[in-house]
Design a protein around this ligand. Structure first.
Ligand SMILES: *Cc1c(COP(=O)(O)O)cnc(C)c1O
Length: 230
């Protein structure tokens, strides 16, 4: 079933790329595996998937040793500073940086681990109280502040627009994120490349691709609804 779901998501990705005149290789599908058992991840792996996203460090710690090591793990959820160290030998990218303090901790731990961590800045697209992330006008000042830090590379932006049944509602937020990334690129800041736009989930990933997403984060369409009680 998971393999069938992936095939159908792949078809939709390809169709969106075709509509937008983009190449399939320019869009990375991150399978969002939060709350799902390792057997489900294994099925996605066997169907060819190599990019997995989790929103809790604890789940990455538990699942990581049980799965092949050519999986690239993306941390996509709110991150506490005291958990950052556990990501250094497990994650390829952190999508959810929204403060200088968090960036400084990632920098410190990355230097200690002898690596560079790719990070994205999370933008709270609609300014929702319930969500983490930066306001649009906070992004550039934060980038200027943290760009000089060793051990991190700022490589783009991430957003989660408000939940909606109508994917068209997300389009404006995706356009704004893309425009912000273009504005930041035009500043030519050292150690900053805006090559990644992480946007689009089960409900709106096709619109996100049309608006320039390079990384889409898809859970429900691949693994089914999540049950938070188990
Ligand atoms: C859960 C989650 C997703 C995936 O959501 P679906 O609607 O299940 O595709 C994407 N991004 C983030 C940050 C998430 O927490």
């Amino acid at each position: 079933m998971i393999a069938d779901n992936i095939r159908s998501v792949e078809e939709r990705i390809q169709a969106a790329c075709d509509r937008a005149g983009r190449s399939r290789e320019d869009v990375t599908l991150i399978c969002v595996t939060k709350t799902k058992p390792v057997e489900d991840l294994r099925q996605a792996y066997d169907a060819g998937q190599r990019f997995f996203g989790e929103n809790r460090v604890q789940e990455i710690i538990e699942k990581y040793p049980q799965l092949p090591d050519d999986i690239q793990w993306h941390m996509i959820g709110h991150l506490q500073r005291n958990k950052v160290k556990y990501l250094m030998d497990r994650a390829v990218m952190i999508h959810s940086v929204d403060s200088a303090a968090l960036a400084q901790t990632i920098s410190k731990e990355a230097v200690k681990a002898g690596r560079v961590m790719d990070i994205l800045l999370e933008v709270n697209a609609a300014g929702e109280e319930s969500k983490f992330g930066l306001g649009y006008d906070q992004v550039l000042p934060l980038i200027r502040e943290i760009a000089p830090l060793p051990g991190i590379h700022i490589c783009g932006l991430m957003t989660v627009p408000p939940y909606t049944e109508d994917p068209e509602t997300s389009r404006g937020y995706f356009q704004k994120l893309r425009k912000l990334s273009v504005d930041i690129t035009s500043q030519s800041i050292d150690n900053v490349s805006m090559r990644i736009l992480s946007m689009g989930m089960t409900g709106d990933f096709e619109v996100a691709i049309e608006e320039g997403a390079t990384h889409i984060r898809v859970g429900t369409a691949i693994f089914g609804a999540r049950n938070y009680d188990i």
